[in-house]
Ligand binder design. Structure first.
Ligand code: AMP
Length: 416
């Protein structure tokens, strides 16, 4: 069905023509009529499917029927870049209307955002932290929200925004339309959907065809001497059923494996200092799930194909971008999903930028609110055999720092 036949306002149909959208994408074909009919919706769709216009078009249509000057739509997204992307699409689609959009993201002055709020822009695009700051200052501006969009739900979870999201939702009117989009549907997100959506229509679009699409990537800036401590923190506080840890050298692979084992995790190591039977035992054990963690060097892990790897953590940043791609390709195999984290010291920022250029993607920088970045000496592992705290079942321990310039000195990396 063409856009013209979907009952959308003529100014919006004109905008789709201006933007050279020939016909609705599959998610648009399913989502637009449902949203126009007032239904809640869960869209399992990733970027590139046309999901942004799928929610913006019916939202803009609804707004056109209402008086201006009141903020009625709130779109929450994990990063500033995504907010910017949505803003761009929104400006295009709303071009022939007089609807206004405000963007509330961190790293920008509050004053201008305050002004947009005071003016009652009809649509707000926001990242969670900054949105909460505004809500705390003036809740009244958010009392007329009738449509809430949560975009990239799984990424918000990975970046540690779930508690913020719950706080935000609790401050919004209960009678509203809620639309949730997420590339994947981890159980925590499905539970959240159950709590905050009413009888949602479920639309699933764009199942992954290439493994790389299912990988959620993030970079964790940290001082070199705190990398082991940060890795241990991640392992303890994130639900990681099957983790492949990469280190540059055999020596550090061995050292890390021992430290992690001392924390009570089942670990194997894989590098070229081992005999072939030892390597086979490590691989087979990891494949069977006997070991939760495999610590490996690049070389040893080439061609490794284990379907259930949920996380790949690079403790160093590969200097050859292809090595990075190869490492992260170890997860999200066979249409599964996986997370790829890379720990980045200030000296490795440049290598990370090279990688980002190579993959054409900027990785979100994540800091952990409950990790002490000011420690001057590395934490020591307990004695072998001593059990540390059990890995908890919560995914996502990070908080987005926004995507500041990677070249910035570590001093300016402020935790939010
Ligand atoms: P999204 O999945 O929202 O990130 O959109 C991916 C890209 O598809 C964006 O560049 C959109 O401008 C474009 N797009 C969205 N809807 C359509 C459509 N119906 N026809 C062609 N391109 C579209």
């Amino acid at each position: 069905m063409p856009f013209k036949s979907m009952g959308l306002h003529p100014s919006l149909v004109q905008a789709t023509r201006d933007m050279r959208y020939a016909e609705p994408t599959p998610i648009q074909a399913e989502a637009i009529p449902a949203i126009l009919a007032g239904r809640d919706l869960i869209g399992t769709a990733q970027t590139g499917t046309g999901k942004t216009a799928a929610f913006l078009l019916p939202i803009l249509h609804q707004l056109l029927a209402l008086p201006r000057g009141t903020t009625r739509v709130l779109v929450i997204t994990p990063t500033r870049e995504l907010a910017q992307q949505i803003d761009d699409v929104c400006l295009g689609l709303a071009y022939h209307t007089n609807l206004r959009v405000g963007v509330l993201v961190g790293g920008a002055p509050m004053g201008k955002q305050e002004k947009a709020l005071r003016a009652g822009v009809e649509i707000l695009l926001a990242t969670p932290g900054r949105l909460l700051d505004h809500m705390r200052q003036n809740q009244a501006r958010f009392d007329q929200i009738h449509t809430l969009v949560l975009d990239e739900g799984d990424r918000m979870l990975d970046m540690g925004f779930l508690p913020d999201l719950k706080r935000i939702v609790a401050r919004l009117p209960g009678r509203r339309q809620t639309l949730l989009f997420s590339a994947t549907m981890p159980p925590v997100i499905a539970r959240l959907a159950g709590e905050i959506l009413r009888d949602p229509l479920k639309v699933q679009i764009g199942r992954r065809s290439a493994p790389a699409v299912g990988i959620t990537q993030a970079a964790y800036p940290v001082a070199e001497h705190l990398k082991t401590a940060l890795l241990r923190h991640l392992l303890r506080n994130t639900d990681m059923p099957s983790v492949l840890v990469f280190t540059r050298t055999k020596v550090s692979a061995r050292r890390l494996a021992r430290t992690i084992a001392a924390d009570g995790f089942s670990v194997a190591e894989l590098h070229s200092n081992l005999t072939q039977p030892q390597r086979n035992r490590a691989m087979e054990g990891f494949r069977r799930g006997d070991f939760q963690v495999l610590v490996a060097t690049n070389i040893a892990a080439r061609g490794l194909d284990v379907e259930h790897i949920t996380h790949v953590i690079s403790v160093d940043v590969p200097t050859v971008p292809d090595d990075y791609v190869h490492r992260i390709g170890r997860t999200a195999r066979a249409e599964a999903e996986g997370d790829a984290f890379v720990l980045v010291s200030p000296a490795e920022e440049k290598s990370l930028v090279d990688i980002e250029r190579h993959i054409g993607q900027r990785l979100p920088r994540v800091t952990l609110p409950d990790f002490d970045y000011s420690q001057s000496v590395p934490q020591r592992a307990g004695k072998p055999g001593q059990r540390g705290s059990q890995p908890s079942r919560t995914r996502g321990t990070g908080q987005a720092r926004g995507n500041g310039s990677p070249a910035r000195p570590p001093r300016s990396r402020r935790r939010r």
